[in-house]
Design a protein around this ligand. Structure first.
Ligand code: PLP
Length: 268
């Protein structure tokens, strides 16, 4: 880290720009928990307040572009932000605003987890957000971390094989995303392995972990992307950060506590 700085023992500051899940399974609470687990200092800008718990999601009230901008600026005008994780972006205007603020403040180490639907099927972004995300945010991203359904929607391809994953990643790169992690959990049932496909430029690394059967765990995408952001903030290179994050989420799925009436949250 900043060896020439007399206050060198300061924790790196991570910022999450995401939705609030009051029950703590996903969104900013899961992100903050993750940043803290890696010894980073957590800050957050909330894009939407969702109404959900382990049994499902009933709705959301979105912030305005102005309130999102003001939250981010409260942080960036004071702290050096070492990494940013971006999750739920509910509207096109918020998406454009976030891209604008990130550029104005020259923020780096940006990990984007495209949040389209909740696992239970609730639509968390307006239809026109995807175009804005691709146009304005992909070029700023260090890494984009879609799962298979998100990659299919963004690349406009059906994905059922490794070849199709490679084709989808090429579309992401053509749209400006430098590096892409396609999370293959949705293809895992046949192989028993949870394989993720990391493309650093066009070089593919496959990360495999045992698939944990019978667990539908909430907030796994949030925790994985935040763990990657935290490790980038700590100065790790991208491939190391992704490997650490993958081990972390695998363990967090294994440890998911049955604290609610429905699907458990990941926990560590
Ligand atoms: N962010 C918020 C606020 C959510 O409500 C959800 C899902 O419900 C997500 C992100 C995505 O969660 P996951 O980590 O399971 O992709």
């Amino acid at each position: 880290m900043r060896k020439d700085n007399p206050r060198d023992d300061r924790p790196p500051v991570c910022l999450t720009i995401a939705g609030l899940d009051p029950s703590g399974g996903a969104g900013v609470i899961a992100d903050i928990r993750t940043f803290s687990a890696f010894g980073c200092f957590s800050t957050a800008a909330i894009t939407s307040v969702t109404f959900q718990n382990s049994t499902g999601i009933s709705g959301a009230l979105h912030h305005s572009p102005r309130t999102v901008r003001k939250q981010i600026e409260s942080v960036t005008e004071d702290y050096d932000v070492a990494a940013v994780k971006i999750g739920m972006l509910p509207t096109l205007l918020i998406t454009e605003t976030v891209a604008g603020v990130l550029k104005e403040h020259a923020l780096t180490n940006i990990v984007i987890d495209p949040v389209i639907r909740s696992t239970s099927g609730f639509q968390l972004m307006d239809e026109d957000v995807l175009t804005g995300l691709i146009t304005h945010l992909f070029p700023l991203a260090t890494l984009v971390t879609p799962n298979i359904p998100e990659a299919e929607k963004i690349a406009r391809l059906a994905i059922g094989s490794k070849d199709e994953i490679e084709r989808a990643a090429a579309v992401f790169r053509a749209r400006g995303a430098a590096h892409v992690l396609i999370k293959g959990g949705h293809l895992a049932a046949a192989s028993g392995k949870a394989r993720d496909y990391l493309f650093i430029d066009d070089e593919l690394t496959i990360l495999a972990a045992d698939r944990i059967e019978g667990r539908s765990v909430r907030g796994t995408g949030c925790v994985l992307s935040s763990a990657i952001a935290a490790n980038l903030a700590l100065g790790k290179d991208l491939i190391t950060a992704v490997n650490i994050a993958k081990e972390f989420i695998t363990e967090a799925i294994r440890n998911a506590p049955d604290i609610g009436k429905g699907d458990p949250p990941s926990y560590f």
